[in-house]
Design a protein around this ligand. Sequence first.
Ligand code: AMP
Length: 209
Amino acid sequence: MNIVFLGPPGAGKGTHAQRLMKEMNIPQISTGDMFRRAIREQTPTGMDAKRYMDKGELVPDEVVVAMVKERLAEPDCANGYILDGFPRTVAQAEALDTIAHIDVALNIDVPDEIIINRLSGRRVCAACGGTFHVSLLKGDKCPECGGELFQRDDDKPATVKNRLDVYQEKTAPLIDYYAKKGILSTAKCADGGVDENYALVKAALNAKA
Ligand code: AMP
């Protein structure tokens, strides 16, 4: 099954997609993670993307589409995949329709105030990539592996505000885009725990699968 995860930054797309990936044994494809890896490896795509990411802006469509097209051609995508953070514009969704058949667009709907609290308190482990909220941390090291924790540059307050504005303007129209195709399913997640929200995500997925 080919699944698109929609929802604002911080909605929990990555967390739920990773869990679903293990359960369904299909890859999670996060364009944000792909860019962050490209930045670490200092590739030309990474250097180019960083200029946009640091400001909370979107990387140009043609760069993202080319990267995703290449990724979807890899053998592990043959039995399905979860797209997490792509598409983010109608132009990207239209480009995706020319290279793939999407079965379900799963929209994770979370109120703005919860998003702002989550993103500004999010810390990432440099060693294992795990994400944690400051309110649940005891010290300044990763509770899973003891690695160094850091705050993503784009999780700083001014950038978070811009990312949410960009989401409303450029990405929210995709909800209508996929609703018109009849493949949209929405999970209304509030401030419940991860397990509770994951159950809502699974229910929304099963409603369309
Ligand atoms: P994420 O980890 O999904 O929140 O993505 C982090 C940043 O990477 C975004 O704020 C964008 O700058 C960039 N990015 C990730 N996916 C896309 C996409 N599909 N289109 C444009 N920019 C993207």
